[in-house]
Design a protein around this ligand. Structure first.
Ligand code: ADP
Length: 380
């Protein structure tokens, strides 16, 4: 209860005012107690000296008593009041500093971030009960925002770096080949043109992927959803990837549960997702390996699994696989003629747009991987 009350700034301020008033009052009473006797004695001494000439005059003597008594009380009150005022000012300053300090540190942090220092944070220890009030919450919200900004900024830098790197590699290769052709170093034969063509294809793929990703992220696409039989989808995907699998001598099997209920989806988009997973499986599985695509009903979801016995993924990479441009091993996927880490980001967008989920599992490097897409069953 007390902790809860303390977590509100208004309550804290109210208590602070109360403390200031109480301390002021206490100081006033104590100082008055201390100052009163000496002031009283001094003023009463005046009554004694003035009494000589006024003997016998009872009324005037009483007046003298009263004036001196009042002067003694007033003097004590003034001394005590000044002391109380000083105490209240000191306590107020201390309390105000405690309240204002975190606000100042948030202002300072926001200025640092505005200047591009995205790693700056406000010190707000989570365990500190003082930090539970509105200012503490503000500090934590601020830190969360700063973390997001830092992450976005990092992504932006990575994006620029990755895009320019990805563009540079095929461009350099194309330029080099063209110069060599011109100088007569390279023979103008089909193999040379095929190499140039392959690099140009890579450029085209990257630009297409980037365009697709930006369309997805901006939500600038329409899903043409309809009741969809999953076995047909799996069959279509298998037929499409068959040449790649044959070429790489990877066995592709399918296990589709009978009488699967339909899902409600865009056939082209879901095929795109499945093709992406199957192409990845082929790419990250060595020749002679095996890939199995499975479809089954679990609860109210149809699961489509693509499991391979390929290179596998270590646990630290798994949470990031669906982040754009994330590649476990940049050189590996590039050498293997792989993409630029956009495919799974697009797949996740598409699956989530269907109200589904997508995730990856792997026992670790060299132990294969399984990618699962879960889509809600179509309700009539
Ligand atoms: P890419 O076009 O580079 O394959 P993706 O977004 O499709 O990009 O995949 C991201 C990264 O996830 C890949 O670079 C790769 O490191 C890893 N990955 C994807 N699928 C598999 C798989 N079946 N086995 C091992 N690693 C995989």
């Amino acid at each position: 209860m007390w902790a809860k009350l303390r977590s509100h700034l208004a309550v804290k301020l109210f208590i602070s005012y109360l403390v200031i008033i109480m301390i002021g009052l206490a100081v006033q009473v104590i100082v008055a107690e201390v100052a009163m006797p000496s002031a009283f004695q001094r003023h009463m001494a005046n009554v004694g000296t003035g009494m000589g000439g006024m003997m016998g005059n009872g009324g005037a003597r009483a007046m003298g008593f009263y004036d001196n008594f009042r002067a003694a009380v007033n003097e004590a009150l003034v001394v005590a009041g000044v002391a109380a005022l000083l105490a209240a000012i000191v306590v107020s300053l201390v309390i105000a500093r405690r309240v204002v300090a975190p606000v100042e540190s948030i202002t300072h942090a926001s200025q640092r971030i505005a200047d591009g220092h995205y790693d700056h944070r406000v010190a707000a220890p989570q365990a500190d009960p003082q930090a539970a009030d509105e200012i503490g919450q503000l500090a934590r919200a601020f830190n969360k925002m700063a973390e997001r900004l830092e992450h976005t900024e990092q992504m932006r830098r990575d994006l620029l770096g990755d895009v320019s790197h990805e563009l540079r590699t095929p461009l350099t290769a194309i330029k080099g080949s063209m110069e060599a052709l011109e100088d007569g170093v390279l023979a103008a034969e089909p193999a040379t043109f095929q190499r140039i063509q392959a690099e140009a294809d890579r450029l085209q793929r990257l630009v297409d992927d980037l365009q697709e990703l930006s369309r997805m992220e901006a939500g600038a696409y329409v899903l043409d959803r309809q009741p969809l039989a999953v076995d047909t989808l799996v069959q279509m995907a298998r037929e499409r990837v068959a040449p790649v699998y044959q070429q790489k001598r990877i066995t592709l099997t399918a296990e589709v549960a009978p009488r699967l209920p339909p899902v409600f989806g865009d056939p082209d988009r879901l095929l795109q997702v499945l093709l992406n997973l199957l192409n990845n499986a082929a790419q990250y599985t060595p020749a002679g390996g095996a890939v199995c695509v499975e479809a089954k009903l679990v609860g109210h979801e149809v699961l489509m699994l693509v499991a391979d016995n390929g290179v596998g993924i270590s646990a630290e990479h798994i949470p990031h696989l669906f982040t754009r441009f994330y590649r476990v091993d940049k050189s590996r996927s590039r050498q293997a003629g792989g993409g630029s880490g956009i495919g799974l980001a697009i797949a996740r967008h598409l699956v989530e747009a269907h109200g589904g989920r997508i995730w990856a599992e792997s026992e670790g490097e060299g132990k294969g991987s399984t990618f699962t897409v879960a889509l809600p069953v179509h309700q009539n």
